[in-house]
Design a protein around this ligand. Structure first.
Ligand code: HEM
Length: 592
């Protein structure tokens, strides 16, 4: 019984990061993580604190999730290199230099920052997005019942393909449907085993990838060449212009309404569409940097990063960039659409507050749903942030340590280590959501007594060598194993999870958008979009599309889940996914 704490102590004294000692060969702790990421992370955090070592997918991994460590992993690009684990991803996308290589990455972020800024969302994306959503909601209305997860998947794929990538698509409905199906097959390949044998997911994905390139290249080639010529002739060549990333101002912009023009613009080919929205303000509606189209952003960032034109116009390269965008949009938005609608349908109080807010907006702005109108819906924004906190759609990200990295806590992440920053871990131990003080220690019980704690050191696995816990950086009192144990003892309930995480058994207590409306209760370790050097570039797109969908849905329908417990039965990996067939959503039209 004392062996494991003793080994932990020894490791901690050596600056070695603690973690479980036994795990299954090859798969390690992957099944526990996949089955219930919050339960897994909560238990591990109670035992080890904000950093621990484990094995995932056959690889030793250092999992991190508290503010001080996240800050370093997110921002110190000298120490940590962006990494995508799993062979299937690299089989489908060979080249991620634009994410990994610092110079190319800087240009990529600048240009993509412009293409995905609030100004660009308002001017270029919101209108076409609303048109696509309206088309889907018409079909939902016609059917009266949809399987929410599947309907969300169809919608997110159309938003990704028709709106965000900005690439031309075939015009015939059959060919479009084929393109969608092929992209879905490619994406399914990401989650299979990396075994290329007839019938495997990756085999099908590689076949679909080849077929897609054949269909799309003739459509994209002319436009890409034209864009490249324009970009080369323009002032951007030297890459000396302002940094578009600085635009992440709380963008309140006025352009980009959702009326008939938006419908027309959604149908127009990309370049024409750009000219049409120019009327919305080439300065992007007042933010000051011209919004770019995605294709231009990708071509210009590669040129500025020093790539040869021939390499940029290589069909493979262009396709991979487009595929990267589809993955970024679809693999996240479909889960967010599903989770946010399901959560609102599950929580009548939340829904009636949302309806009140929509009534107010209708009274103030009429039927307009522009970026600035969506920006004036604080409760809706809180609902989406709370959805992303409780039902994260991204599990986090990976880095490789380029050298030994000494953390402030004294632990050392060794050179070459794979580091996994976990959204679930960050949300588990958010200092704003934990009680300020753990429950007092009981006088008796089978917990280690003072003699044992002095043996293992007061800080135990939370700080090497039993040093005093560092306060104010992570969760203060919970930096010590004693503090965390006391906290664990104060939690009752069948899952062993605290109320702020227990969406399965205590949904009403867990899902509380109100916490976002007051500074004191607002989560402080919210990591839904990551942070630092790789902070999600699509966060304004993601927030806008989720707000738009919910606003349109609330204004048009009374909706309810056939099975109100769909979220209780859902799995959270890789994003909120219902058990097959449990996610029927019934819709009745009624104007608000
Ligand atoms: C709910 C929706 C979304 C979530 C939760 C999400 C989450 C994330 C996270 C956590 C990262 C950081 C990964 C890391 O640090 O390793 C990231 C990066 C990124 N996201 Fe998103 N994302 C979403 C939607 C989108 C959309 C719609 C787009 C594109 C339109 C997008 C584009 C990107 C890009 C390009 C990066 C890489 C940034 C870089 O490496 O510099 N994301 N996203």
């Amino acid at each position: 019984m004392f062996v494991i704490p003793w080994v932990q102590l020894k490791l901690a004294q050596l600056g070695r990061i603690p973690g479980p000692i036994f795990w299954l060969p090859l798969i390690g702790e992957t099944p526990q993580l996949m089955q219930s990421p919050f339960k897994y992370m909560w238990k591990r955090w109670l035992s080890y604190g904000g950093i621990f070592r484990t094995s995932l997918l056959g690889q030793q991994v250092y999992v991190v999730g508290t503010q001080d460590i996240l800050r370093s992993v997110w921002s110190d690009e000298e120490a940590f290199e962006f990494h995508v684990p799993g062979k299937t991803f690299s089989m489908l996308i060979n080249d991620i230099r634009h994410l990994r290589e610092p110079r190319q990455h800087a240009f990529f972020r600048r240009r993509l920052g412009q293409a995905l800024s609030p100004a660009a969302v308002a001017a270029n994306l919101l209108g076409p997005m609303a048109a696509v959503m309206r088309r889907h909601l018409d079909s939902w209305e016609h059917r009266g019942r949809v399987l929410l997860s599947h309907a969300s998947e169809e919608l997110s794929m159309d938003v990704a393909l028709e709106v965000v990538t900005g690439h031309p698509l075939p015009s015939s409905p059959d060919a479009k449907a084929l393109v969608r199906r092929l992209f879905r097959t490619v994406l399914n390949g990401l989650y299979g085993l990396p075994i290329v044998l007839p019938g495997t997911a990756i085999y099908k994905a590689l076949g679909a990838r080849r077929q897609l390139m054949k269909i799309l290249w003739p459509l994209v080639e002319a436009e890409a060449t034209e864009v490249a010529a324009r970009v080369r002739g323009g002032k951007e060549e030297g890459g000396e212009e302002e940094d578009g990333e600085d635009e992440t101002l709380p963008g309140v912009v006025t352009a980009g309404g959702c009326g008939e023009d938006a419908e027309a613009s959604a149908r127009a080919p990309t370049l024409r569409r750009r000219r049409m929205v120019a009327g919305a303000g080439d300065d992007g509606g007042g933010i000051g940097v011209a919004p770019l189209r995605m294709l231009e952003a990708q071509v210009s960032s590669a040129l500025a990063g020093g790539e040869e034109l021939s390499a940029i116009l290589d069909p493979e390269q262009l396709f991979e960039r487009a595929l990267g965008t589809v993955i970024a949009v679809d693999e996240t938005s479909r889960h967010l659409f599903f989770a946010s609608v399901a959560a609102v349908a599950r929580a009548p109080d939340v829904r009636s507050k949302l309806e009140d807010e929509q009534r107010q907006a209708l009274g103030k702005y009429g039927h307009e749903l522009s970026y600035s109108v969506l920006g004036d819906m604080p409760y809706l924004e809180a609902v989406i942030k709370e959805t992303l906190r409780l039902l994260p759609v991204s599990i986090g990200g990976f880095r490789i340590a380029k050298r030994d990295v000494q953390l402030r806590s004294g632990f050392v992440i060794p050179r070459g280590a794979v580091v996994y920053w976990s959204t679930h871990l960050a949300h588990c131990c958010d200092p704003a959501l934990l009680p300020r003080k753990p429950a007092p220690e009981p006088a008796r019980g089978n917990h280690p007594g003072p003699w044992f704690r002095s043996l293992i050191g007061a800080g135990s696995a939370g700080a090497p060598g039993g040093q005093e816990p560092r306060r104010g950086l992570t969760v203060g009192v919970y930096d010590t194993v004693g503090g965390r144990r006391a906290l664990a003892r104060s939690i009752d309930g069948p899952t062993g999870l605290p109320a702020h995480l227990d969406f399965q058994m205590r949904f009403e207590e867990a899902f509380r958008p109100e916490r976002w409306l007051i500074a004191e209760t607002r989560p402080k370790q919210w990591a839904a979009f990551g942070g630092g050097g790789h902070l999600c570039l699509g966060q304004h797109v993601a927030m806008a599309e989720a707000k738009l969908l919910l606003a349109m849905l609330l204004r048009r329908f009374d909706f309810r889940l056939e099975d109100p417990e769909v979220l209780r039965k859902a799995s959270l990996f890789p994003g909120p996914t219902p058990r097959r067939g449990t996610d029927g959503l019934l819709l009745t039209s009624r104007p608000l």
